[in-house]
Structures are given as structure tokens and as C-alpha cells.
Write a protein that binds this ligand. Structure first.
Ligand code: F6P
Length: 572
């Protein structure tokens, strides 16, 4: 383990958060109020929405449909204070090494700092370097978009293929997917991440080498899947074009490992720098966002940064009780640790946001899927939830049944724009109505008497009512947040993504874990290397457990049998 930064560490001795008075009070409060029904809370307080909402710019967070009272909020805020949320936040913004295990600063907020203020990492103002890279991105993306930078044969670039994985894929991918209305006509963006060659092959089928620009995105430039895809893409290109010289016009890299990118054959001019204080899943704001700049234009990329910066300022300055990321984080802790909710759902009522849940899965689960606290001790409470979701209204016809009548509590976020980018007939009204109807139904439920009345009104005979009515009852009291915003613009999207980043950060602080490493991912990678070795020869494998041995040997049997058949066919 790398040396711990003692400064950042000293004031954070909240490893026994469950022993704190704030936690104990919340526990008692939970016991006393666990049966409160939101239906009654709304009925008894017409001001409930006013009490439990926050506005920032055009974004409205309605968190009134949660199983909380004023007192719950007060106690949760106390918990945040006890855990040192404000001081950890300030340390992060000040460039302290809050990534304790890797002894690094966590400064993605500097990447979208739109003020003139300096931001320091290890005593160095990082803003000049950030601005330099942004400028380099602008020059290049402008040139590609205007047709000034062309392919090796003088034709325009029409396709951008990002090759990366994890944060070097999901961030730029979710933005490009969500911001399609802002894309330049005639320019397509593709994202290739999977080691399965199908991903690359199916993408390559859609493009021509002479009009394709590959962006090899990898902070480390060593990630197996990315290097595999990058090598295969280059081989495909060379095979069709036949000129090494042409590579310079068609391959650029975004990395912290310039040497490896140069070894790959990318010239220094075509390498865009990211820094070690940018975590993979927090990197879309850096040059990892190059595909965004290319696809949407640098002005739109900068609007995205502005939206994130606005959320950063809010997170930094708003009192905790009016602080969107803090409130969302605390609600998550409330359900995770007191109601034992195992998961958290995200339901974008926007087709453009269809990949948001996938992006949030990495952001949240790679950050807070931890069992060891900042002091190296095993935690005795639940940490990060399972994040999942699908766009509404599709989810309604798939898994919403479980949300409404299942046995598991699933707190959920609903995101919906007031205005559609694609107005068409009644579509958007239907979409929005469904979103609001779901959160209302989840909260309110349907009582026994309401179910009985409805069945009677429908003229269902009494004997049928007796067998049916229990199935028609909805308990309700299912919590949700609604994020309602004017329109899905780059600025709004920037704010939303930063909102979730800070939410995850706050939860990590409360759970006393390091949200910025991902050591759990490493073990699988190590083993994959060994198993790859085993798969590359015909001898039977015995070195693992019987299951792993059997799987390896089964695949070898089929694979080598097919190889032999192919060889036989070729010979005959
Ligand atoms: O999955 C582990 C991980 O390290 C992520 O955190 C990161 O986003 C991804 O791999 C890709 O890493 P790189 O950008 O170095 O290729």
C-alpha cells in the first residue's frame, strides 16, 4: 500500500461511523419512524414538496417522495458533519491526496474549472496545463470538423472510433449518445471497448479506413482490451491502406503514458495528455473527452464543462441541507444502511440518456464497491449499492412490477426533461405523464379500500373480488427522487454527471472508504493472463479448481477440434 497522506488522513478518523452519536440517533429514529407512510406525510403537510426540493439552474430535484421527515434530514446532515464531508470535500478541491491508497490527488474538478482561479496539485497550478490541452483539443477538433484535417487520401473524416474501456469509454460514450442532437451532420462516433472482436468487427463494417479517425483512449496505455482492439484496428487499417505513413492522419491517442503511445506508432503531436490525478471514471472532462469535442464541437464540450463547474460550485458552497449531491448521497445512505436496500435504480425518461445507468454503474460501483475502510479495517456496514436501470417507459413493461409489488426495497432516481429534442405528436406528454405517474404510484400505492372500490366500480362480481383484491393492493411508500430539467443540453448534462460524481464522493466519505482506487478489478486481470496462457496449448489443464479446469479443457476440446478440422479441410 502506498504511503498515506497524513494530512488528509488525520482529520478523518470516522472509521467507527456506526458508533457515532449521529448514526445511533438515526438508528433510533429509523426504529420509531419506519412505518410512517409517505401518503400520510403528504396528506398532513401540503408544503411537503416545498420543504424537500432543491433547484439549481434549470434542474429541479424533488426529493419529497422519500421516507423522511424534517428530523430525518436533520439527523442525516449531522451524520454528514460527523463523517467530515465538508472537510473532505475541501481537501479534494485543494488537491490534497484524498486517494490515500494510491497517494494521489483527485482533481477532476480542476478539469472543468471555468473560473480564473488557480488550482493546485502538489504545489503546482494545474490550470495552465489543462488550458493548453483544451486548446490543443479545440484546434484539432475544429480542423477535423471543418475538413481542414483530412484523411491520407485528402477525403474528409466521417467516422470517429474511440477505442477504450471503463472510464476511457463510458464517459465519452454516454455524452456522445446523450448529445446526438448537437452532433455535426455527416460525422459518426463509435465506441469500441469489448475484447470480443465482434465489437470491433461490427464497427469496422460500418466505416471506410480513409474517412476514419481512431482515438486510442487509455490513461495507462496498457489495458489489455484496449491494446488488443488498438492493434487489431491498426492492422485492419494497414491491411486496407498499405501505408504506415497514413497512420499519422488516422490515429491519435489520449494517455498519461506518452512513451507507450509513441511505441504504438502515434506521433507526439497526436498525443493528448491526461494526468495521474484524473481517475479513469472521472476522466471524461479531460482529453478523454476528445471524441466529444470531435463529435459535438469544442464549444459544446466547453458547455458541458460549464455545467459541471456550476455543480462543483454548488457542491462547494451550498449549505449541506440545500446541497443537491449531499442530499442525494444522504438519502442513499438512509436506504442502504437503515432500510438495507441492496440496490439503487436509475430511470432516465429520455432515450438519449439510455446509457446513463451503464455509466453510473462504473462511477458508483467501481468507486464505492469496497469492504476495507480508509484505516485498512473491514467495514461492518453496507457500502455502495448495486446500480441498475433502463430508460422509461421500457422499464415499466419489464421490471417495474418488482418495484411496485416485490419484496425488495429499491430506491430510484427518475430523470426527465420538460422539453423534448424531438417533439412529435403526443410522445413527450405521454413520456412525462408516465414518469410522474410512476413516482406517484410508487409513493402512494393503492389501499385495500381503494382496490375494492375500483373492482366494484368495474362491476367485478363479489366472489371474484374476494380472490382478486389482495393482488390489486399496492403498498406504496416506495421512495424516489425526480430530477426534472428544462432540456437535455450539454450544460445540463454536465451538471447531472457532476451531481452523481459528488454524490458518490459524499457516500464514500460517510462509509469511510477510498472511492478512488479500484483494486478489486486487478485480481481478475492477473488471472486472465494465466488462463490465457493455459488456453494457448493443447495439454490438459490441472492447475486450478475442478470447475475452472473443466471449463478450460472443454473449450480447448472444441476449439482445437475445430482447428484440426479446418486444417484437414485446407489440406484436402
Ligand atoms: O477497470 C479498471 C480501470 O482501471 C478503470 O478504472 C479505467 O477506467 C479502465 O480500467 C481503463 O483504464 P485505462 O484508461 O488505463 O485504459
Amino acid at each position: 500500500m502506498a504511503a498515506k497522506n497524513t494530512d488528509a488522513h488525520a482529520s478523518a478518523s470516522n472509521s467507527s461511523i456506526t458508533d457515532s452519536e449521529a448514526w445511533q440517533q438515526l438508528k433510533a429514529h429509523f426504529q420509531q419512524n419506519r412505518t410512517l407512510h409517505m401518503r400520510d406525510l403528504f396528506a398532513s403537510n401540503p408544503e411537503r414538496f416545498h420543504q424537500f426540493h432543491i433547484r439549481l439552474g434549470d434542474i429541479l430535484l424533488d426529493y419529497s417522495k422519500n421516507r423522511i421527515t424534517d428530523e430525518t434530514r436533520r439527523l442525516l446532515i449531522e451524520l454528514a458533519k460527523t463523517a467530515g464531508v465538508e472537510s473532505w470535500r475541501d481537501k479534494m478541491f485543494a488537491g490534497e491526496h484524498v486517494n490515500l491508497t494510491e497517494d494521489r490527488a483527485v482533481m477532476h474538478v480542476a478539469l472543468r474549472n471555468r473560473s480564473q482561479q488557480a488550482m493546485y496539485v502538489d504545489g503546482l497550478d494545474v490550470m495552465p496545463e489543462i488550458r493548453q490541452v483544451l486548446q490543443k483539443m479545440r484546434v484539432f477538433s475544429d480542423a477535423v470538423r471543418s475538413g481542414e484535417a483530412r484523411g491520407y487520401n485528402g477525403g474528409r473524416i466521417k467516422s470517429i472510433i474511440n477505442i477504450g474501456i471503463g472510464g476511457s469509454d463510458l464517459g465519452p460514450m454516454v455524452v456522445c449518445e446523450s448529445m446526438k442532437p448537437y452532433a455535426q451532420r455527416g460525422l459518426n462516433a463509435y465506441f469500441v471497448s469489448n475484447a470480443d472482436a465482434t465489437h470491433l468487427q461490427e464497427t469496422l463494417k460500418q466505416v471506410e479506413p480513409e474517412s476514419t479517425l481512431f482515438v486510442i483512449s487509455s490513461k495507462s496505455f496498457t489495458t489489455q482490451e484496449t491494446m488488443l482492439n488498438a492493434d487489431s484496428a491498426k492492422a485492419w487499417f494497414l491491411d486496407l491502406v498499405g501505408s504506415e505513413k497514413a497512420v499519422a492522419r488516422h490515429f491519435v491517442a489520449v494517455t498519461n503514458n506518452t512513451e507507450a503511445a509513441e511505441d504504438f506508432g502515434i506521433s507526439a503531436d497526436n498525443i493528448y495528455q491526461i494526468w495521474d490525478w484524473v481517475g479513469g471514471r472521472y476522466s471524461l472532462w479531460s482529453a478523454i473527452g476528445l471524441p466529444i469535442a470531435l463529435y459535438l464541437g469544442m464549444d459544446h464540450f466547453e458547455e458541458l464543462l460549464e455545467g459541471a463547474h456550476a455543480m462543483d460550485q454548488h457542491f462547494k458552497t451550498a449549505p449541506l441541507e440545500e446541497n443537491m449531491p449531499v442530499i442525494m448521497a444522504l438519502l442513499g445512505v438512509w436506504y442502504n444502511n437503515f432500510f438495507d436496500a441492496q440496490s439503487h435504480a436509475v430511470m432516465p425518461y429520455s432515450q438519449y440518456l439510455r446509457r446513463l445507468p451503464a455509466y453510473l454503474q462504473q462511477l458508483d460501483m467501481e468507486s464505492n464497491g469496497k469492504t476495507i475502510d480508509r484505516e485498512g479495517e473491514r467495514v461492518d456496514y453496507l457500502t455502495g449499492p448495486i446500480i441498475w436501470g433502463e430508460p422509461g417507459t421500457n422499464g415499466q413493461h419489464a421490471f417495474f412490477q418488482l418495484l411496485h409489488q416485490g419484496t425488495k426495497p429499491v430506491p430510484a432516481d427518475f430523470l426527465v426533461p420538460c422539453i423534448s429534442q424531438n417533439p412529435m405528436g403526443n410522445h413527450h406528454r405521454v413520456l412525462v405523464a408516465n414518469c410522474f405517474a410512476q413516482t406517484r404510484a410508487l409513493m402512494h400505492g393503492k389501499t385495500t379500500s381503494e382496490a375494492l372500490d375500483q373492482l366494484r366500480e368495474e362491476g367485478v362480481p363479489d366472489d371474484e373480488i374476494n380472490t382478486l383484491f389482495a393482488h390489486k393492493v399496492f403498498d406504496g411508500n416506495k421512495p424516489s427522487n425526480t430530477l426534472l430539467f428544462e432540456k437535455l443540453t450539454p450544460k445540463t448534462l454536465g451538471s447531472i454527471l457532476a451531481l452523481y460524481e459528488h454524490k458518490v464522493f459524499v457516500q464514500g466519505v460517510i462509509w469511510n472508504i477510498n472511492s478512488f482506487d479500484q483494486m478489486g478489478v486487478e485480481y481478475g486481470k492477473e488471472l486472465a493472463g494465466d488462463i490465457q496462457g493455459e488456453l494457448s496449448h493443447r495439454e490438459e489443464t490441472h492447475s486450478y479448481d475442478s470447475s475452472t479446469n473443466a471449463l478450460i479443457n472443454y473449450r480447448k476440446g472444441i476449439y482445437y477440434h475445430q482447428q484440426d478440422n479446418n486444417n484437414y479441410d485446407k489440406k484436402s
